[in-house]
Design a binder for this molecule. Sequence first.
Ligand SMILES: [Zn+2]
Length: 419
Amino acid sequence: MSKEVESRGRVPDELRRERAGARVPDSNAVPIQATRELLRIVRAAQPIPRVAVARRLGVHRRRITVLVKPLIDSGILREGAPDPAIVRRVGRPAIGLSLKSETEFLIGINIGVSQMRLGAAMVDGTLLAEESIPTPREANAALSEIRTWIQKQTARFADRELVVVGISVAGPTDVEHGKLLYAPHLGWRDVAIAERLNIHAKVLVENNATAAAVYEAQRRRARSTTRNAGDFVLVRAGTGIGVGLVIDGEVYRGTTGPDIAGEFGHMTIVAGGKQCSCGNFGCWERYASTMSAVELYSGDRSRASFRSVMTFDEIVSRASAGERRAQTTLERVGTHLGIGIGNVICGLGVPDVVLSGDLLRAWKFIQEPARTAIAMSLCGKLSRWSLEAGDSRGSELGGALEVAIEYYLSLLAAKKVAA
Ligand SMILES: [Zn+2]
């Protein structure tokens, strides 16, 4: 993929130009990408000593001095003794770099099928406020609730500036223009969210599988000793299924037009199968989502009626209590999940898969059938692969906030280097 493509919609113009190969004005200039990687590592592992940052970036300590100085001078980073509570908890060395986060805040909003999760956080991810409200059926009503909530937080944290709002929703989006293209489970189409909110902050609208992938990439940076989060596929399975792809630490979102990469939930796995909300038949998410588990458990009753008699969580409780019918249901969902994951691994050539979303609650029952199905696929036989459980917060508020933080760090890196 081209450098232009991998950065589209995710980063400020300055970084996009640098990655597309625009000439750096002089050889001593600090590349935006290096500053961005440094900020990401500090955000994930703060407080972190300079020597550890140098090791992870694979550069000499002198280079770190060049990168860090303008960030400290302009009040983006601080260096010193960390919070004593952190030392007690993780026993880190006393001196480290961390993000200064006294003057700004960010908002993350996950629009789920039944709940909207809204949160405000500092640049380092520390939560300032969090709330869940039922998702209104109409997009207009939802936008009006969101706008009111944002105004409330802006007034509440008046000593801080709201810099970025990250919104995650299940369906293809146009991140850069802050648009939702289609959310089949909500029945919303072409909603110009950023334009309609009309606030003085950048608004990003991200597919929630991609948001969960951004969140997992951050978690990987937090626990790794390497430069970036590497390559992995994130499968978010809840009411529907979405896939996020991270290559060399960067989210991949397709080559042109809207950000539609990862819509594997609507690949056909059963010819002439059950009808999907997208209008097609036999889509993967009709067989490996929480909704499909409810449907399978409830037999042939209509979709409207089974929803009221049984929830996915009840099926998981029954399976945990030893009910065979519930266990078989979840095992069949696990098999279908694995069949689809085998296809995704074959199609993308990325063998490490992280599962996120509400389906995780049945991890105990679905993981073995899923592994068996992956192992049966051609690529499962040819290549090493892995399937692990992610953090469920990634497909909820955590992912939406991380999208905002990630963009803001890129913005800081671009401004600092341009200054
Ligand atoms: Zn479909």
